[in-house]
Design a binder for this molecule. Structure first.
Ligand SMILES: [Ca+2]
Length: 504
């Protein structure tokens, strides 16, 4: 009987856990740097599989994997085969095993899908560039020098690319091909129905044959040039609808660097979009230590998006693989890194943590230096540490490795874990309404509401202690805190520098 009771309880827990998706916590992994199981210096699928228990214990419900396909580059955002995995990371069987093991732990797997461009070494492009009559010529965008003269001189950079040369001369003839990011990434031609069919086929393969739960759509805004944005929106509706017929629960999150006006029209096809405004606002908040209206902006954005897409899910993040890590933008302040997690994890949406944030890994651009190996243990005992790069930001002298942080209740790891668990345990943090509070500008405060329940979250943005009268907030007691309990006496709460607290 006892065993049966246990089993029932586990089923209930499982259901509760599943319900958290997709408002639980996501975790972005750069496979190359995460966990190296065979000692060749490069992180791999088996290494990740061995760390699924770790991620489950942390409270993670979904993983976003940076590209895993065959590619000539270390970052793998230029794909040479849309139906395979990179041999450095392991075999397809090993990847399927990873997905199956993740699912056993109720962790979803979301894969980076890079369809705007292929690698210049993709067989399609090699064939296309060698022969004007190739069946793959129209998979790419070609122009004669006369027709693009004005574009060659109109060189502009964008938020997501500092490349200023978008047309690239083809060595073997007098035509140019379009490659928004650089010559090694020729853009695919989405006016060609064959290209659209190929990518829908590839997406179907990963959902159906491999079993991933969804995609993070790279460079979603660049499918067509900016002046033809409507055609990009239409493509994502076509792709999204096709994926939803394969798996009605498929999770699709798009990368479009831009404000709400620019992002909004993509939501019809891709119901989740990364919130770059939020990312910038958190960084600004931590640098200036002053409330910058982040909550009011978030509420406004959510309202605009929900009108366009009732199923809208906001993908919030503090860090990702394209930005210097917040902690490195604020002088290495561990306290501010912890504070950013408390903010991220008590707001609505699907919060994304970038691997290593939870141990206060550092990272300042160039890109390789924000994608350094995870520190599982002190170097001499770290059998899983990747060594493909010599880290300049995160090493044993600048970051306390995970194994040591796990023993410390006040470590970044323990603080991140506590906030993640709190979010998992309380539906109100995931799904409750959000109301902004007007307070002194060294404080960030907001209310979460759900039915009769109401919580107030307060963050001290400053390096000095702050006193707040609970009566002013209609609160009477402390509901949740991490590290040291805030001092509360005669209805006045004292918050330490960079401290967060939940009140009711
Ligand atoms: Ca390896």
């Amino acid at each position: 009987m006892l065993l049966l009771a246990c089993a029932e309880q586990n089923e209930e827990q499982k259901e509760a856990h599943q319900h958290v998706w997709p408002n639980g916590t996501m975790y972005e992994i750069f496979v190359q740097s995460f966990a190296d199981s065979n000692g060749d210096g490069i992180g791999d699928f088996n290494g990740m599989t061995s760390k699924l228990d770790y991620l489950q214990e942390l409270g993670i419900q979904g993983i976003w994997l940076m590209p895993i396909g065959p590619s000539p580059s270390y970052h793998k955002y230029d794909v040479t085969d849309y139906y395979n995995v990179h041999p450095d990371y392991g075999t397809m069987e090993e990847f399927k095993h990873f997905v199956a093991e993740a699912h056993k732990r109720n962790i979803k797997v979301v894969m980076d899908f890079v369809v705007n461009h292929s690698s210049s070494e993709h067989p399609w492009f090699l064939d296309a560039k060698a022969d004007k009559n190739s069946q793959y010529r129209d998979y790419y965008v070609w122009a004669s020098i006369d027709s693009i003269q004005d574009q060659l001189s109109k060189k502009e950079i964008t938020l997501d690319s500092d490349n200023i040369t978008q047309w690239h001369q083809n060595g073997s003839d007098n035509e140019y091909y379009y490659g928004f990011f650089y010559g090694g990434m020729p853009d695919l031609n989405y006016d060609n129905p064959k290209v659209r069919a190929e990518m829908i086929n590839a997406g179907t393969f990963w959902l159906q044959e491999v079993g991933v739960d969804g995609f993070r759509l790279d460079a979603a805004k660049h499918i067509f040039p900016d002046e033809e944005a409507e055609k990009s929106h239409a493509w994502w509706i076509e792709f999204g609808d096709a994926m939803r017929t394969v798996n009605s629960e498929v999770y699709l999150v798009g990368e479009v660097w831009g404000n709400a006006e620019l992002v909004g029209p993509y939501l019809k096809g891709l119901p989740s979009m990364f919130n770059f405004d939020f990312h910038h606002a958190v960084n600004d908040l931590m640098r200036t230590e002053k409330n910058n209206g982040i909550i009011e902006n978030l509420i406004k954005t959510r309202q605009v998006y929900e009108e366009i897409q009732p199923e809208y899910m906001d993908a919030t993040f503090v860090n990702n693989h394209d930005q210097s890590r917040l902690i490195s933008n604020v002088g290495g302040s561990v306290a501010k890194n912890k504070l950013s997690a408390a903010i991220l994890l008590t707001l609505p949406g699907t919060p994304y943590i970038y691997y290593g944030d939870e141990i206060s890994m550092l990272g300042k651009k160039p890109d390789e230096m924000i994608r350094e190996p995870f520190l599982w243990n002190v170097l001499t005992n770290d059998t899983l540490r990747a060594t493909w790069i010599d880290p300049v930001n995160s090493n044993d002298s600048t970051v306390v490795p995970l194994a040591l942080q796990m023993k410390d209740p006040n470590s970044t790891y323990s603080v991140f874990k506590a906030w993640i668990q709190e979010r998992n345990n309380q539906q109100i943090f995931r799904e409750g309404d959000l109301v902004s509070l007007k307070l002194d500008d060294n404080l960030l405060g907001y209310e979460r509401k759900m039915g009769e329940k109401r919580l107030i979250i307060l963050h001290n943005l400053s390096g000095t202690q702050v006193e707040v009268k609970l009566a002013d907030l209609n609160c009477t007691q402390i509901e949740f805190y991490v590290e040291s309990k805030p001092h509360l006496e005669d209805g006045v709460i004292i918050l330490s520098p960079y401290q967060s607290v939940v009140l009711d």
